[in-house]
Design a protein around this ligand. Structure first.
Ligand SMILES: [Mn+2]
Length: 319
């Protein structure tokens, strides 16, 4: 008996959901089943390699629905859970009682735990710590910028490893550990601490570089990372050094694009008044009300800098 479990790859909630579903399945549904894991990622056009649905039972957690009769279990909480109206109709017509969607759930992990308890009489107090952290991380319910930048908690450290790990076999190992080891025990293990060291070193380097290059004026922090080799960074760093800021605007450059990133501080003393998605859309970019980006060709650095300067001007307060 083999369960194939597809989970949202490189995502703390996806991995947590896989661990919680594993324990649920092995306790309440099919004790002794062998579980095989596969990560799944957002791709343009179609989301699935359907050949992956090769278990005796197949489950997807924290990811889009797949309208395939081989899919036996499904849990998701994303608003964009369906690739098409046909997929949604396929889900609505399902009578198995094993496919679940709740777009109001902050994390898929807590959703699986809730359904397990309410409909299958499954409850495991050991999973409470993991469920709580999936809720904080996937719902972005952080206490402070310091919590996200200093990365003191084991959950946030493990999140860094999960988000950057390229070997699915190692992530499968993390999922199995999460079913019976605490987050502290996992992060203290040799396998994780060895992987964590270079990640934390890189994080420290980008934190210091952003601190040194940032300029704060009239409610906006701006910085330019072109030429530093830094392509991505923890989006809370500007708010850690400039808690008074409402917005941040940055320019970065990689081999495949020049990027203008625009964000807003969740803890700002002066609340955000602009819709950042709307501003980015004007320059061909997009995003959400609170965070957005514009991507240009890699050699359009000067154009990117000019756009960033215009956005900074628009976001700046009068004083
Ligand atoms: Mn999720």
């Amino acid at each position: 008996m083999k369960l194939k479990l597809l989970y949202h790859g490189n995502c703390f909630d996806g991995v947590s959901s896989a661990a919680i579903f594993t324990k649920f399945y092995n306790t309440a549904i099919h004790p002794g089943a062998e579980v095989e894991y596969a990560p799944t990622m957002h791709r343009a056009g179609n989301a699935f390699d359907r050949e992956q649905l090769d278990g005796d039972e197949n489950a997807i957690v924290d990811f889009k629905y797949c309208a395939d009769d081989r899919l036996t279990w499904w849990f998701d909480h994303h608003v964009s859970a369906f690739l098409s109206e046909e997929d949604e109709a396929h889900f609505r017509a399902d009578t198995s009682g094993k496919k679940f969607l709740d777009t109001n759930s902050a994390s898929c992990a807590e959703f699986i735990a809730r359904v397990g308890k309410e409909q299958f009489n499954f409850e495991d107090p050991f999973l409470a710590e993991l469920i709580e952290w999936a809720h904080i991380i996937d719902g972005a319910f952080y206490d402070s910028a310091a919590q996200c930048v200093e990365l003191r908690s084991s959950a946030l450290k493990l999140m860094q490893v999960i988000e950057g790990e390229k070997d699915p076999a190692f992530v499968a190992q993390i999922i199995r550990w999460l079913t019976h080891r605490t987050l502290d025990e996992i992060v203290e293990s040799q396998e994780i601490s060895g992987r964590l060291e270079p990640i934390l070193e890189q994080h420290k380097h980008s934190t210091e570089t952003i601190r040194d290059r940032s300029i704060y004026e009239r409610g906006v922090v701006r910085f330019d990372l072109a030429g530093t080799g830094i392509e991505g960074y923890n989006k809370f760093i500007p708010y850690y050094f400039f808690p008074e800021t409402t917005y941040n605007v940055s320019v970065s450059q990689s081999s495949f694009r020049t990027k203008i990133s625009v964000g807003s501080n969740p803890w700002a003393p002066r609340p955000r008044i602009h819709n950042i998605a709307e501003i980015c859309e004007r320059y061909g970019g997009g995003g959400h009300a609170v965070v957005g980006a514009v991507s240009l060709a890699p050699d359009e650095l000067e154009k990117g800098r000019a756009i960033a300067a215009e956005i900074v001007e628009e976001l700046s307060f009068e004083d």
